[in-house]
Design a binder for this molecule. Structure first.
Ligand code: GLN
Length: 488
């Protein structure tokens, strides 16, 4: 269906010009889903009926001139840890199997206000803990480029759905790389905004001080457009930041120009452990930006080796506290047979959570317990502050930093689960941005010998999405020109 070959902005334009109706756009997405889902499994829940009903309403609003949003009428998929009023939201966990939220997350509310149509909820690692979408209670998602490989995680369902044209764009969440890493594995573009830019209201919390919702889309322009729609100051989220008016106009950064932009290449990110093909593809893209006038220089970021231990202590600590609410009383699953309240809690949580989630809860409870709090949790917080300072020093010298999104391309299904420590190490290039609250974008920059996509990550200083969007956009346009030249 050609509708699903358009970017979200292109599709919205055609809807606006009445070349395609909203209903046709939504039906085209479901047609793709019918063709692809049996193999891919990007979704946990689909809402065909609700989407078609909304399509009718939005069409009327467009026809009457009441709805003029830049993405009006476009079908969107939402990661299943983001609450959608009336649509089941499971966090890919058994414990929330029957949870239907009574309200929508602020980001979803903003999307709907702009006239987009939520068509379903995407698969993910259980409670967003993982890097492969294999810890989902509802089964794995496959990489659309090579179905024997993982799509990455935890927003693997969202990225696979975008890559396969099962939606025009999707929302993901990123606590330690869960938007950027699967985007790179699936050959799509994903942006994690500065902490506090998109409201966390209605995002089921994993590591609250690190979590951010962000767009996953077919190109940089769509990412900027979606971010412009979902970003807002929200008093319902105590960590929401009121940015300056002009700072919400992310599309203004879609400028093909990097002349004079100072790009830093951290030597610590391009050494041992990085796949040579991934390294070569990224450095090639950097050379293109340099040819377009960017000033590129290597430097030492430092503290890189402490990021993973600090992240896993902080994220697990926050998770252990956040997940205490799932006790069989307030939400979702409750064990069938029990004697007394304590046994009910114990059995509910033992049966309701998967292995990885339990591992994090235990780790988190341990590092927060008296006697270990100072040794682990407090030390991790101090390390986080040092990492932030290292980035502050880097951004005094550079406008943005280039990094891989992951050390390798997508691994094969089943390879990562056996060794969780190895899986944690794969987060090395993404977690620091979360610890320091920085924005980061992953853009496709080539393929490996097997044909699997490679992503380049651009990290910006806090509140400077404009710079990473501009550089990513310039790279994307240059790449299109290179592709065209090669085709001729
Ligand atoms: N892989 C990391 C983790 O398991 C990051 C996940 C995320 O960003 N949600 O914690």
């Amino acid at each position: 269906m050609k509708e699903m070959e358009f970017t979200a902005l292109e599709l919205a334009k055609k809807i606006h010009k009445r070349e395609i109706s909203v209903r046709e756009a939504v039906e085209a997405a479901f047609k793709r889903i019918e063709e692809k889902e049996a193999v891919l499994h990007g979704y946990i829940t689909l809402d065909r009926e609700g989407a078609l009903k909304r399509a009718e309403l939005v069409q009327k609003q467009i026809d009457s001139g009441e709805q003029t949003g830049i993405l009006a009428g476009v079908p969107v998929a939402v990661k299943d840890n983001i609450c959608t009023k009336g649509i089941r939201t499971t966090c890919a966990s058994k414990i929330l199997e029957n949870f239907v939220p009574t309200y929508s997350a602020e980001a979803v509310f903003n999307l709907e206000k702009a006239g987009t149509i939520v068509i379903g909820k995407t698969n993910m690692d259980e409670f967003a803990m993982g890097s492969t979408t294999e810890t989902s209670y509802y089964g794995v998602t496959r990489n659309p480029w090579k179905i024997g490989h993982v799509p990455g995680g935890s927003s693997g369902g969202s990225c696979a759905a975008v890559a396969a044209g099962e939606c025009s764009f999707a929302l993901g969440s990123d606590t330690g790389g869960s938007i950027r890493q699967p985007s790179s594995f699936c050959g799509v573009t994903g942006l994690k905004p500065t902490y506090g830019t998109v409201s966390r209201y209605g995002l089921i919390a994993y590591g609250s001080s690190l979590d951010q919702i962000g767009p996953i889309a077919r190109d940089v322009s769509d990412c900027a457009a979606v971010l412009e729609v979902i970003a807002s100051y929200d008093p319902k989220d105590s960590t929401s930041v009121k940015r300056k008016q002009g700072e919400y106009r992310f599309m203004q950064a879609l400028v093909e120009d990097v002349a004079g932009l100072r790009i830093g290449i951290p030597r610590d990110y391009f050494g041992e452990g990085l796949d040579p093909e991934v390294k070569a593809a990224i450095l090639q893209a950097v050379r293109v930006l340099e040819e377009r006038g960017a000033l590129v220089e290597e430097f030492d970021l430092s503290f890189v080796e402490y990021a993973i231990p600090a992240y896993y202590v902080i994220a697990s600590a926050e998770a252990s506290s956040n997940l205490a609410r799932f006790d069989g009383v307030k939400y979702g699953y409750r064990t069938e047979e029990y004697k007394g309240l304590h046994q009910m809690y114990k059995k509910t949580r033992s049966e309701g959570f998967g292995t990885e989630v339990k591992r994090r809860i235990m780790l988190g409870s341990f590092v927060l317990s008296s006697g270990y709090y100072e040794a682990y949790y407090q030390k991790a917080l101090k390390t986080k502050a040092l990492i932030k300072q290292a980035f502050d020093r880097a951004f005094a010298q550079f406008d943005l930093i280039v990094a891989p999104a992951a050390p390798t391309t997508a691994p094969k299904l089943g390879e990562s689960l056996a060794d969780p420590l190895k899986m944690y190490l794969g987060d090395i290039y993404t977690i620091s941005a979360n610890l320091a609250g920085l924005p980061g974008i992953s853009v496709p920059c080539g393929r490996d010998a097997e044909g699997l996509p490679i992503g380049m990550q651009l990290i910006g200083n806090c509140f400077e999405e404009d710079k990473i969007i501009r550089a990513a956009y310039t790279w994307e346009k240059s790449r299109e020109k290179i592709d065209l030249a090669a085709a001729e």
